[in-house]
Design a protein around this ligand. Structure first.
Ligand code: SF4
Length: 200
């Protein structure tokens, strides 16, 4: 059983982290949602500006799309006792020329993921949302997000790769109808099953 005192101290240290202060566009504001009892882990890219302002991961249209993909209500999605959400970079990284957010600082996952994940012993499935999380954790990350998601069964039951749920994914989803027609129904069933189970 995880030591909840250590967990609380660790969360305090993460939330007080200012290691990237010199390179972030705004003050550091690490955003994560997690508890040692979580059964599902979502490792995504980094908070967007709306998530930064709200102090909550996926507090935007992308979050609405991700919740719809996974068949989760907002209450369940943000229930840290059941679902952990830990981005590759926990602070808003700013936007880059040409659109999109700056990639998360590699130091964030390098510094914090191992100690955080060490407490998540009840996690039975990890969703890798976007290329950066897939490159870091998939044993065989493939050439692109599309290729990784096409071969999504490769790393079951531990990992499932997903595209980032931004509007940019809509065209890709239309060209790949198996994503919404086959993959997501099976993924929703897996998630419902693991959230229902008692951890034994
Ligand atoms: S991005 Fe991560 S490492 Fe950088 S300041 Fe935020 S919590 Fe710390």
């Amino acid at each position: 059983m995880a030591d909840t005192t250590d967990w609380t101290e660790l969360l305090e240290r993460v939330r007080a982290c200012t290691a990237c202060a010199a390179t972030l566009p705004l003050d550091p504001k690490p955003i994560l949602s997690a508890s040692p009892t979580a059964r599902l882990l979502i490792t995504s890219q980094a908070p967007g500006r709306r998530a930064h302002d709200a102090g909550r991961t996926f507090a935007d249209a992308s979050g609405d799309r991700l919740r719809a993909w996974l068949g989760l209500t907002r209450d369940v999605f943000y229930d840290s006792s059941r679902i952990a959400i830990i981005p590759m970079g926990m602070c808003y990284p700013g936007t880059q020329k040409g659109g999109g957010d700056v990639p998360p600082a590699a130091r964030c996952s390098a510094t914090w993921h191992a100690p955080l994940f060490a407490h998540l012993s009840q996690v039975r499935l990890t969703l890798l949302v976007g290329r950066i999380a897939q490159l870091r954790y998939l044993p065989n990350p493939r050439g692109s997000v599309s290729e990784a998601v096409t071969h999504w069964r490769c790393c079951l039951p531990t990992y499932v790769p997903l595209p980032h749920p931004s509007w940019r994914t809509l065209g890709w989803a239309r060209r790949n109808p198996w994503f919404e027609g086959e993959m997501l129904p099976e993924l929703r069933a897996r998630i419902a099953d693991l959230l229902r189970s008692d951890g034994s």
